[in-house]
Write a protein that binds this ligand. Structure first.
Ligand SMILES: [Zn+2]
Length: 245
């Protein structure tokens, strides 16, 4: 089966269809159209170089679809999924909070750079698989807006499939951060820090509250985040302008 993750990153493929075609392998950032061709080529070179360092070679004399399918699978040799036993143990957990803690625990150990980004979610009370998954997608992708994360590249209904998909996304993000992206960054990016964390948390809570159709959102947020309603209202407006909520 063709992965619904982009070959070069953790995002969902854009315009996925069951027919074998090029767009089944890349997100909007890596599609290799006029705008993204340079990034596409640069990231492809970096990925192949990292694989070759591990003595993994992907034959490029095969059909494009087979080549990219193969390359996408090999990415997980650079950073794999937790073993089946660990996923089974996580599946057996009672209660969503315990399950989330296990996910954070595994991420902290195996996907360090990714964990540094998603750890802000640890304090939020995200109550189900869909909210949690979308919150992670928003945190991983600075430019993701609410519409983009509606395209979740794995199943949510089945717990094991969800966990496997989620860890695959975290693993692919870790490869992106450590192999493909230009600079390996640790910790929050310059100029972002606390403000970005606050905005990310706010965006997640606002989207949750909207889904739950709650009223007086700014008032609720002001008390939840111990900020004035005026400050919350400014931040809320900025998030709307940036299509984050
Ligand atoms: Zn991509």
């Amino acid at each position: 089966m063709i992965s619904k993750f982009c070959v070069f990153c953790w995002r969902a493929v854009s315009g996925y269809s069951k027919q074998p075609k090029r767009s089944n392998f890349f997100c909007a950032k890596h599609k290799a159209n006029a705008e993204t061709r340079i990034t596409h080529q640069k990231h492809k070179r970096r990925l192949i170089k990292a694989l070759e360092k591990k003595n993994i070679h992907v034959a490029d004399d095969q059909k494009k679809e087979d080549y990219y399918s193969c390359l996408s699978l090999q990415v997980l040799k650079l950073k794999g999924l937790p073993d089946d036993e660990l996923i089974r143990k996580a599946c057996d957990q009672k209660g969503f909070c315990n399950l989330i803690e296990i996910i954070f625990g595994i991420s902290k150990k195996s996907y360090k750079q990714t964990y540094n980004k998603i750890k802000v979610l640890r304090v939020l009370k995200l109550s189900n698989k869909k909210h949690f998954t979308k919150a992670i997608m928003m945190i991983l992708d600075k430019e993701a807006n609410h519409d983009l994360v509606s395209n979740i590249p794995f199943e949510l209904d089945n717990k094991k499939a969800w966990l496997t998909g989620l860890f695959e996304m975290l693993a692919r993000h870790e490869v992106y951060m450590t192999v493909i992206e230009e600079k390996v960054k640790s910790g929050p990016e310059k100029g972002e820090g606390e403000n970005k964390e606050l905005r990310d948390k706010l965006a997640i809570r606002i989207n949750e509250m909207k889904q739950e159709k709650l009223k007086h959102i700014n008032k609720r947020l002001a008390s939840e985040f111990s900020l004035s309603e005026a400050r919350i209202s400014v931040l809320h407006r900025q998030l709307i302008e940036n299509h984050k909520v």
